[in-house]
Write a protein of this length. Structure first.
Length: 353
């Protein structure tokens, strides 16, 4: 197993009004040894507002390091500029610090710029099938596959003591409905069979719009995680697409067609094979199949971006998070556009400054 620390380069900078900010670029829930990368999270910045895509480990401090929102004041920023959070799927590495954003939020400006909505997949609707010969007891059997709305409600309920201390004792105002969870309204016909066809072919569904962005979603290939979503942000300055976690997906190619930037996950098949050598026991075989079948290999990501016709491909959710940048540059094969191997705190401008 390679344990080389990724060599640092200076983060890319941009003063563009609309830009992509990478807050964390490591893939997976592992606490990587010798990696400088934080957990997966990005932001779409439009002027003085921003939108989070996923909330992996470290997202709060990374928002401040990226100078998003009001970062000069210790008291009121930087969550005053946060409009909404979009969760691609509910794997822990994409969600684990949502709690941190919400729970520490009142001390960092959350809601001061208006109510914040959290959007993500709805209830899976059914447990994944158990491995043959096993019959595990589910966690929380009364609601074993909650979606985003229920997730946010549960966080608020769990930390109500802290919220109420701050609201009642400290006199923080404006908290009525300051945070709400919403399930992305994927049409029912595509959600009918989570264990049979978790990646039905579909066209993007617009579901969120304000004065700065219009956001669309599509289902991607990350079974047994379901629904797993990719998002497209359209702005007056251009468009950014986030793959979320997925194997090669035709739905994603359609979503990304005509966009300016595609932010795509990537995994190194060579590393997976080395870490899970054959013969594999059933547990390791299941992990191996998930890693190579439900993520996108280095050699596949460039041709996908080429087919979508995007001028810039940004790699994130790097597995392993320990590989040096040069090794990921193999993704240029089959892609004629600009390849950026994403680093934490990179900012990439969209359209005019
Ligand atoms: Zn995942």
């Amino acid at each position: 197993m390679t344990t080389t620390s990724s060599p640092e380069r200076a983060p890319l900078t941009s003063d563009a009004r609309t830009r992509l900010a990478l807050l964390g670029t490591a893939g997976g829930p592992n606490w990587w040894l010798d990696s400088p990368r934080c957990g997966i999270s990005s932001a779409v910045v439009v002027g003085d507002k921003y939108y989070l895509v996923d909330a992996g480990a470290g997202v709060g401090p990374q928002i401040r390091r990226a100078r998003l929102g009001n970062w000069e004041s210790r008291l009121w920023g930087p969550l005053d500029g946060l409009r909404s959070v979009f969760l691609t799927h509910l794997h822990s590495d994409h969600v684990c610090d949502l709690n941190n954003i919400l729970n520490n939020g009142l001390a960092n400006g959350l809601g001061l710029g208006g109510p914040v909505s959290v959007w993500g997949p709805g209830d899976r609707g059914a447990l994944p099938p158990a491995r043959p010969g096993s019959s595990p007891t589910p966690v929380a059997p009364d609601s074993p596959t909650p979606g985003t709305r229920e997730l946010v409600e549960s966080i608020a309920r769990t930390f109500a003591t802290d919220y109420n201390d701050r609201i009642f004792e400290n006199g923080i105002e404006g908290t009525d409905g300051f945070i709400t969870g919403h399930d992305v309204p994927i049409p029912k016909e595509y959600l009918a069979d989570p264990n049979g066809d978790p990646h039905p072919r579909m066209s993007p569904v617009p579901f969120y719009e304000d004065d700065r962005v219009r956001v669309s979603a599509t289902l991607v290939r990350h079974a047994p995680v379901f629904p797993a979503l990719a998002f497209r942000f359209d702005t007056d300055d251009g468009s950014i697409v986030f793959s979320g976690d997925t194997g090669p997906s035709e739905n994603l190619v359609e979503l990304a067609t005509g966009a300016d930037v595609l932010v795509h996950e990537v995994i190194a098949g060579e590393w997976v094979a080395a870490d899970f050598p054959s013969p594999r026991d059933p547990v390791n075989e299941a992990i191996y199949q998930h890693l190579i079948g439900r993520h996108t290999l280095i050699e596949d990501v460039g041709p996908l971006a080429e087919r979508a016709g995007v001028p810039t491909l940004v790699l994130n959710h790097l597995v392993p998070a320990t590989w040096p940048v040069e090794r990921w540059e193999e993704a240029q094969k089959g892609y004629s556009g600009r390849l950026v191997v994403g680093m934490d705190l990179d900012q990439i401008g969209i359209g005019a400054a």
